[in-house]
Design a protein around this ligand. Sequence first.
Ligand code: GLN
Length: 501
Amino acid sequence: MNNNESQLDSIRNFSGAYPKQIWSLFFSEMWERFCFYGMRGMLTFFMVYHMAMEEKVANLQYGATQAWVYAFTFIGGMFADKILGFKKSLFWGGILMITGSLILTADPHTFFFLGIAFLVVGTGFFKPNISSMVGQLYGADDQRRDAGFSLFYSGINIGAFLGGILMIGVGKGEILSNIIPEHLRWNVAFGLVAVAMFISLIIFYSTRHSLGPIGNSPIDYDNETGKKWYVYAVYIGALACVPVIMKMVSNTRYTDWFMYIIGPFSLLYLFFEMSKLDRQSNLKLLAALVFIVFSSLFWAIFEQAGGSLSLYSAEHLNRGTLNIDPNIVNNSANSLFVIAFAPLVGLLWLWLHKRKAEPNSVVKFGIGFILLGLAFYVFGANKMFAGSNGITSGDIFIFAYFVVTLGEIALSPIGLSLMTKLATPKLQGFMMGMWFLASAYGQYIAGLFGAGISPAENATPLQKLEIYSAGYQQFALYALIAGVLVIAISPWVKKLMGDVK
Ligand code: GLN
């Protein structure tokens, strides 16, 4: 056994519930998600109220930006796998994100798309690789893997909660307004990304040795010195992508083209790989594809959160019983509910499992859609409590988020683990990439959906509320139909999945 293998063995043969290295990954990812969700919560608001964009345009641009973030995780993951290794990739991603944040801090109006483009590319190099490292802390048959991912998912949501509150809170002057001069509020809000990513990188840097060979590059650059330029080529290539992404996001027509091409292209590649596999592996991959396709519809509806729901919150909600700014509620309720209820849902599945009544993964997926549908029905029905000013209940809005979250818990962590179970060993990374690509499509369609229900500028507040509400109830119907469909085809999908539960 060589040194690397024995180091890996000693990491994977940990006692207790979690490997100790998970904490380094937990906190580094927590700060990265702080940035992602903090930015998500500010983007549309900032575009409409501070860059004077039409709501429709802002929704499309929001969708394009978020789609690119996830599409780039597909690309970043591939380069990390083959050239950089996860550790280097993560540092590079973090540095690009810090650069983007500093550019936005300097002048968020003038350099908006440049800063965003750095953040998109940076997140692409960071996000998929930290999740892959979590997976590598476990041996193939370790039953504790799911618990590790659940813990990691809590880290994601603690970051999302803090970032979602702090960034828009600072920008809108709800938080620290006595310290930060009014004209610098948004600069500071965007600057928080640099601070958080600095903390994230320091945490990772100081604990990186405990990961042993996990995350090292597949190429041994000390001995294969001739290949050193690969690394620089990736760095330069990534920088060259920045102006391209900038163009793509600022002119969403280009993003449309990209989205038309990348999906069919990756499907063709998958079919090519499938042609080399046996029937059983192919049936499993087909099942994975069913989950992937449905998940993009799920995210398209769910991700109204950063788009249309952000504008809806700004204009149509009161501060509710808790007297909190509605945008802060919109950005934090979901993550708070995930932190509180994901462990309880886990216990519920366990309890049902013991009674031989736990629904299978496909049915859970269907339940996720039905809950999402019910939640969007409530978002729409909330208009019943509106006054003539078009402002309605912040409390009912929080309740709807509670239901959305139950849907997310039923679907999102399960989807991740399903990908690792259904993919053949060689296609693990690729299928995880496809899962994130589905999120990219989800985000893109979310922008189209949001633009589709954005009211005309000159509509009255009450008319605007009517339009949003009708739109949310339409999305509710899509989700309910999808949920019923998934449950109806569940016996067939289960058959495709073979021995995978
Ligand atoms: N909430 C999860 C995260 O931020 C999953 C998001 C997604 O895949 N669309 O990592």
